[in-house]
Design a binder for this molecule. Structure first.
Ligand SMILES: [Zn+2]
Length: 553
């Protein structure tokens, strides 16, 4: 039995009929909910002390040598921002391959370093793109209290500079963002200084750190992105199940149904077997990434969600092969730290080796993007997520013995579509066009201005505002589905200069997620496209035939 969801909503859309709410109120509610989710996300316990019996199951991996600041001394430590900057600066200064660049600065003024790693030691993104090698982006520590992924990025950079990974550079180019959230890292907090969750902002692009990342990706688009995180070991798991998470690592590819199928095929065909083999070789345990809601009565365990604004999904929608990597680490301080960092390192290494070994990778990804641009299949607007019994591999907190626990799994990869909508040729935006164009451009979506005022046959949206839903967990999407629509054919006056966004482009999935008003976090829902109280027709139209001529392409 499934539940009806909007894409990625993860919650029932039934039973929330409310009178039309003022735009400002909706925005306020959305922000309040966002902050409520943030508060829940921050309510992490002080470090949980694992029993010796449990720790014995997670020993260091001495066969993996990690050249990074945390392991420079006999006892591992967290790497400070100063130590991180010093490490990457020294690495770049002493390397033929590594060049230090910057995404900019965080909200509290900390540097956001970025490393370009190429055979030629290039620091010009356009020149790196012209090499024609697959461009692999590695992102660490978007969440500040998940340090192992960030530390591993430093070890990967070192190994690419002069270590075991350097020979791969004649076949791939690598971009490394070792610490996406330095303010959160300094405060040992998940969130950005603003309180917003960076991992939910990749469609909305409201946070400077996330805007800077996508600006850099626009200049040097990723073919593959690995996003390195950690997950809670005890917390809800011990409160709900009196057990600890067992797996060393959980992984998941982009699952939003708008992600080009061929990209998902590459993820499963090329990368998943390589990752699985690396883990098996080092006797690391793994399964698909799952989480569980804050509600203690809810024993459902969910695969990572389908919201388009989750980094993993946004990267997929913009045309990259995308994976989330999560190690067993939040809330346990530095326990098993070498093993956690080594696990990230080994998976990044497997990714880079698999990328370098596939001489057809660039062509396959290019073909997948062309397919996406030519796709005419219907858009899945809402769907049911399959629910099935699942045995969650947990462990006893005292003995470390396996404690497989029956739960219900909400499987975001197994969908039944509830509502399909014919795919338009493109969208017309007649209000807020400049902001929409700017947002979309950061996610690699092109748009143009209509050349002549015209009366056009389109489909319009009648909009109904509904209350934002309560009880949003941290896995929920950013601003909730506060919009429902009815689509109908109409003839409208389109002014000169209105924005036209064609769907005949590789990142069409981003365009649809942003512009279908009832998609979670849509630009109408979050106010990028303003709509005043009392209006019922959205200032966004679906072009089903005869796209308008543009002033410039
Ligand atoms: Zn995370």
């Amino acid at each position: 039995m499934g539940v009806v969801e909007r894409l990625g909503g993860g919650r029932s859309r039934l039973g929330y009929d409310e009178p039309m709410m003022k735009r400002a109120l909706v925005a306020t509610v959305s922000i309040a909910l966002l902050l409520a989710g943030v508060a829940a996300a921050q309510r992490a316990p002080s470090d949980y002390r694992e029993s010796d019996a449990v720790l014995a199951h997670y020993p260091a991996l001495p066969e993996v040598a990690l050249q990074s600041p945390a392991f420079a001394a006999a006892t591992a430590s967290l790497t400070s921002q100063d130590d991180l900057i010093a490490f990457v600066s020294k690495l770049a200064a002493g390397s033929r391959h590594v060049r230090l660049a910057s995404l900019g600065r965080s909200q509290q003024g900390r540097e956001l370093p970025m490393l370009y790693v190429t055979q030629e030691g290039l620091d010009d993104p356009a020149a790196i793109a012209r090499l024609g090698r697959p461009v692999i982006w590695l992102i660490g520590q978007q969440h500040g209290n998940e340090p192992a992924g960030g530390e591993a990025m430093l070890a990967v950079a070192s190994a690419l500079s002069s270590g075991e990974l350097a020979p791969l550079l004649d076949r791939i180019s690598v971009v490394i963002v070792p610490r996406g959230n330095p303010d959160g890292a300094a405060a040992d907090r998940r969130v950005l200084a603003s309180g917003a969750d960076p991992n939910r902002d990749h469609l909305l692009l409201s946070q400077p750190e996330i805007r800077a990342l996508h600006q850099a990706m626009r200049v040097l688009p990723p073919d593959v992105v690995f996003d390195h995180h950690e997950f809670s070991v005890a917390w809800r798991w011990i409160e709900k199940f009196n057990a600890l998470q067992a797996a060393d690592v959980m992984i998941l590819e982009a699952t939003h149904p708008g992600v080009p199928r061929s990209l998902t095929d590459i993820a499963r065909r090329l990368y998943r077997p390589a990752l699985d083999a690396a883990m098996a070789h080092h006797k690391l345990t793994s399964h698909d990434y799952v989480t569980t809601a804050a509600n203690m009565d809810d024993r459902t365990v969910s695969l990572g969600g389908n919201a388009p604004g989750i980094a993993r999904n946004t990267f997929g929608l913009r045309g990259s092969v995308s994976y989330l990597i999560e190690t067993r680490g939040v809330g346990i301080g530095l326990q098993s730290y070498q093993r956690r960092v080594a696990t990230h390192y080994l998976l990044a290494k497997a990714l880079l080796e698999a990328s370098a070994s596939d001489s057809g990778l660039s062509a396959a990804i290019a073909a997948a993007r062309q397919e996406a641009a030519a796709d005419r299949s219907p858009l899945v607007v809402s769907h049911k997520v399959a629910r099935r019994p699942f045995e969650m591999p947990l462990i006893d907190p005292d003995t470390g013995a396996p404690k497989p626990t029956p739960v219900t799994l909400a499987d975001s990869r197994t969908l039944t579509s509830i509502e399909r909508r014919e795919r338009p040729l493109g969208y017309l935006v007649v209000r807020g066009g400049a902001a929409v164009a700017e947002h979309l451009a950061l996610n690699d979506v092109t748009s143009c201005e209509v050349a002549e005022a015209n009366k056009l046959a389109v489909e319009t949206y009648d909009v109904q505002r509904v209350a934002a839903q309560t009880g949003a967990g941290r896995e929920s999407i950013n601003p909730d589905q506060s919009v429902r629509v009815t689509v109908r054919p109409s003839a409208v006056d389109v002014p000169r200069g209105a924005l036209f966004v064609t769907m005949a482009q590789p990142a069409a999935g981003i365009a649809a997620a942003a512009l279908e008003p009832d998609s979670p976090g849509s630009y109408l829902g979050v106010g990028v496209i303003p709509m005043s109280d009392g209006e019922s027709q959205a200032p966004v139209y679906r072009v089903m035939a005869d796209p308008p001529a543009c002033l410039r392409p």
